[in-house]
Design a binder for this molecule. Structure first.
Ligand code: SF4
Length: 298
């Protein structure tokens, strides 16, 4: 990638992160943000972009990077301290042998991620309190959000994604995801250009989540066949019409009475909605199922 495109990529990531921060009021005057750094491309990019935005942000805030060393075999302990020293920013490495606990409690061959994540979450919340952090920043991006949406839909029967900002269950910690609008592909390219010292994520020996892998491949496949579909789907998560879904807890369908005025653009009971034509792909390349959907939409 030439320098011009590298600058464009950096500006795009900065702009999209800034937009997400503003849209969700993620960072406020005087905030002390604990940035969780795993050693993967996403969290390195998050920290890098936040450091960059801090210089010109209209509000004053502090950053403190935190890594949890879970004592997985082969974890290169020196990598993150060296990198963070070179940045000259405040940081803390928390050492807790969650790997040992997980190995002791979970029988061989069973999935370890759920206990591991619960332990990690508890330690990170405790660390945020100790550090006086007002918010906890995580490196999840747009593709993580969409994958979660489909995982919940396909396997959980829920229309639920991953929020860019949320309060934890105890009401003590606000979690933010400033990369919520950024594409994984952009982050991967950026991490490569910046040559972040990536720490492999399979040190625990756990198998990757196969369901998530299937969804990832499905989305990547769509992205190739239907350029723009991922963007449109993400926009859909920001443009919800509760009166046109079926959740009786969120919309008062029972209370609809004769004489009520139309809500949310909606008397389509007898019509088919107009959908914009899908552009930029060759319909002859579609497989059978996609072809049926495409014909229905056009
Ligand atoms: S992949 Fe390994 S480190 Fe990550 S949550 Fe699962 S068990 Fe924990």
């Amino acid at each position: 990638m030439n320098t011009y495109n590298q600058n464009k990529l950096h500006k795009r990531l900065r702009r999209l992160t800034g937009e997400a921060i503003a849209d969700f009021n993620m960072i406020e005057e005087g905030d002390r943000i604990m940035v969780c750094l795993s050693g993967g491309k996403d969290s390195y990019t998050l920290l890098d972009i936040l450091i960059n935005l801090k210089i010109s942000a209209p509000v004053q805030f502090e950053l403190v990077a935190v890594n949890l060393d879970q004592k997985q075999p082969g974890f290169p302990e020196h990598v993150l301290p060296q990198y963070l020293e070179s940045l000259g920013i405040e940081y803390k490495i928390v050492q807790e042998n969650t790997y040992g606990i997980v190995k002791e409690k979970i029988p061989e061959g069973k999935t370890t991620c759920s206990l591991c994540s619960r332990l990690r979450r508890g330690i990170l919340y405790r660390t945020a309190t100790e550090l006086g952090a007002t918010k906890i920043a995580l490196g999840h991006h747009r593709d993580d959000i969409l994958e979660t949406l489909f995982l919940n839909m396909f396997y959980g029967g829920k229309l639920k994604a991953m929020p860019p900002k949320l309060m934890n269950d105890s009401g003590e910690h606000i979690i933010i995801r400033p990369l919520a609008y950024c594409k994984e592909k952009d982050i991967a390219k950026y991490a490569e250009i910046k040559q972040f010292p990536i720490i492999p994520c399979n040190l625990c020996g756990s198998q990757p989540n196969l369901q998530r892998q299937v969804i990832k491949e499905m989305l990547n496949d769509w992205d190739k066949k239907f350029p723009g579909r991922i963007e449109t789907m993400f926009r859909a998560t920001q443009n919800i019409t509760l009166s046109h879904l079926c959740d009786t807890n969120l919309y008062d369908f029972k209370g609809i009475k004769k004489g009520d005025i139309d809500v949310n653009g909606g008397d389509l009971a007898f019509d088919r909605e107009d959908l914009p034509p899908m552009m930029g792909f060759d319909a002859s390349e579609l497989d059978d199922q996609d072809l049926i959907l495409w014909k229905e939409a056009n």
